[in-house]
Structure formats: C-alpha cells, structure tokens
Design a protein around this ligand. Structure first.
Ligand code: KG4
Ligand code: ZN
Length: 338
C-alpha cells in the first residue's frame, strides 16, 4: 500500500489536540492545548471544556499542518476520537472532523479514545502485535484488557468504583494540591517515604483482576484529618508517596498477575496514569522478574493527544474501516471497537 497521512483530532476531555501522522507511525506534528481554566474548579467543567475546544480547534489545526509542513491536499484521511468522554467536548472534535472530511472529500475514521491510548505505544514500537495484556489507566478508566488479536479482546478487570487517575486526583484534592492531581503527587512522592503509612489495597484476591480505589480516598481523608496542620505540612510528601504506593501496588500486581494468568509475554500500559514514575518503575521491575516484555508510551504520548488517535486510525485506514458522515459522538465508557 502507498504511504498515507492522517489528520487526527482529540477533544474528549480538557485537551484539544491535532496531529498529522503518516502510515509508518512517524508523528509529523502533535499540537495540544490544555485548559488550565479548570484548575480553579477542582475538576473539569464540561461546558467550559466544550467552549475552549471550539476556540482552540481551528488555530491548532493550522499549527499542526504548518509544523508537519503539509497542506490539506496531502491529507488522505481525517480521524477523530468519538468515545468515551464528555459528550459536548467530543462533539466539537467530531463535528469539526466530519466537516473537514466532507469538504476535502476524504475518508473519516472514528476512534475509541481508550484504543487510542493503547495505540500510542506503536508510535515508538511499531511492531507490537497481539496477543498482549493492556492496562489502560486514565482519569475516568481503569481496565485490564486481554487482546487475543487485533480484532478480538476481552475485558478481564476493571474498577468497581473510582478510576486510578481519579484516585490520584481525589487524593490531591484532599491534600489541597490542585487539579490534575497525578503529576503533583508523582513529583511530591519522589521525596517522600512510601512506607510512612499503609493505605488499603482493595480487591486483593490473586484470581480477581478488578480494582477498587474509593476506600483509599476515605482512608486518606480519615488519616489526614487526624493530623495537626503542622504534621500535615511536614509529612505531605510522605502521605503523597504512601498513597501513590497503594495505587501503583494494586495496578502493577494485578497487571502482572493478568500476564501470568493469560500466559502472555507482553504487557502494554497506557493512559494518563501510565506517566506515573512510581508505576513505571514497579512494572519494569516486575516485568524483569517474571520475564515478560513491558511497553509504555513515552511521557508526551501518555496524556491525551491526537497522535495516538492517528496511530489507532492507521490500521483502520489500511482495512478501509471508514465512518459515515452521520457519525455521532457517544459517552459510553470503556475500550470498544467502533
Ligand atoms: O488519559 P488522560 O490524559 O485523560 C483521560 O482520558 O482521562 O489521563 C488523565 C489522568 C488524570 O487523572 C491525571 O491526574 C493522571 O492521568 N495523571 C497521572 C500522572 N500524570 C497524569 N497520574 C499519576 N501520575 C502521573 N504522573
Ligand atoms: Zn485519555
């Protein structure tokens, strides 16, 4: 097949991102505008996110085309994430991508955001092929997925309550560290003692791959409330390190156990939380001990970005899996083929 280029859009939450990627997974551009405006509210405000996507999407498209040194004539397809996410935010990307595909008379490709996170790994390791276990950990999702082939997967574990990213964000909120919480906790944890306090690890049975993080939040709340303001200040890095230890301990042990249960030789970890340095270290150690291959996107491709949506669209383009122009966004959670 001839080489081709995809113009990809991501607008499912609070990052507007546009990328040009070519058929061999070379990222020609990947420009993202995040939305610090939500920080004052302690979380993403959906209506505000939609309005900011509308404001940003056109200038970012121009910037992505310029950086990639391409014109619209050089684009062979338009890809966009259609689920899961905030419906108003997704609709901005989907409407924009549809109108562009229509006006350029180019095929439209719909991408599941979670499959986009997983495909991000291919940007730097283009030969990875199923079977593999994937752990997808983001602000709204925690899923352990067994990919038997490119076309067949089974969700073998998921969170029963909060997502891993949510656990980081809520812990940070309790510690008054702002939003998003993951990066701040990660940074603080690097100078804290992870054994300062043992926060609970829920759903500990070895044969169960589901997660639960809401107990951790209550436990951090109760623990922090018993401390004096001085003690809290003095031990903030220790509390962050201990909370991170509990979250990453559950994630890494279950992911590693899933690899063993499926007799797999490869683990992929993706999504915003896969940027966590503690989690990456633990998984690397476990993968060496149990002798399986472990892949994680580099930091810039862990967070929401359009290059990963383009990466997920490459095989769809090859297989001519195109969407109709009546494509709609939908918020239904989880990994799914579209
Ligand atoms: O995938 P993502 O960018 O957006 C969603 O699809 O949700 O993930 C965002 C989540 C947030 O909860 C954020 O706190 C978390 O990823 N996160 C991290 C780190 N960087 C981002 N969590 C832990 N450690 C990090 N370094
Ligand atoms: Zn995401």
């Amino acid at each position: 097949m001839n080489k081709f280029k995809i113009l990809a859009f991501e607008s499912s939450c609070d990052d507007t991102s546009v990328s040009v990627i070519d058929s061999d997974y070379s990222v020609l551009s990947n420009v993202t505008s995040s939305q610090p405006q939500h920080a004052d509210f302690g979380g993403v405000v959906p209506e505000l996110a939609s309005r900011l996507h509308m404001k940003n999407i056109m200038p970012l498209t121009r910037a992505a085309m310029k950086e990639a040194k391409v014109s619209f004539n050089d684009i062979d397809a338009v890809a966009v994430s259609v689920n899961p996410g905030l419906i108003g935010a997704l609709l901005v990307g989907v409407s924009f991508a549809k109108s562009l595909a229509y006006s350029l008379n180019k095929p439209l490709i719909a991408v599941n955001h979670m499959l986009g996170h997983i495909a991000a790994v291919k940007i730097e390791h283009r030969d990875i092929k199923p079977p593999y276990v994937a752990l997808v950990v983001s602000g709204g999702h925690t899923e352990l997925v067994w990919f038997k082939s490119e076309k067949e997967f089974e969700i073998i574990g998921r969170t029963r309550d909060d997502a891993a990213g949510e656990a980081f964000d809520k812990t940070a909120k309790l510690l008054k560290l702002g939003y998003p919480g993951g990066p701040v906790i990660d940074k603080l944890a690097q100078r804290g003692n992870p054994e300062y306090y043992r926060f609970p690890r829920a759903m500990n049975r070895k044969d169960n791959f589901d997660f639960s993080f809401s107990g951790l939040k209550t436990s951090v709340f109760n623990f922090v409330n018993k401390l004096s303001p001085e003690e809290r200040e003095k031990h903030i890095a220790d509390i962050a390190a201990s909370a991170q230890e509990a979250i990453t301990d559950s994630l890494s042990r279950k992911a590693s156990a899933a690899v063993a249960a499926k007799k797999a030789d490869t683990l992929i970890v993706a999504g915003g939380v896969s940027a966590n340095s503690g989690l990456r270290k633990k998984l690397l150690k476990l993968s060496k001990k149990h002798k399986y291959k472990f892949y994680c996107p580099s930091l810039k491709f862990c967070m929401d970005n359009a290059a990963m949506i383009g990466a997920a669209a490459i095989n769809k383009y090859k297989n001519k899996e195109f969407a109709e122009l009546n494509l709609n966004a939908f918020s239904t959670k989880g990994v799914r083929f579209i």
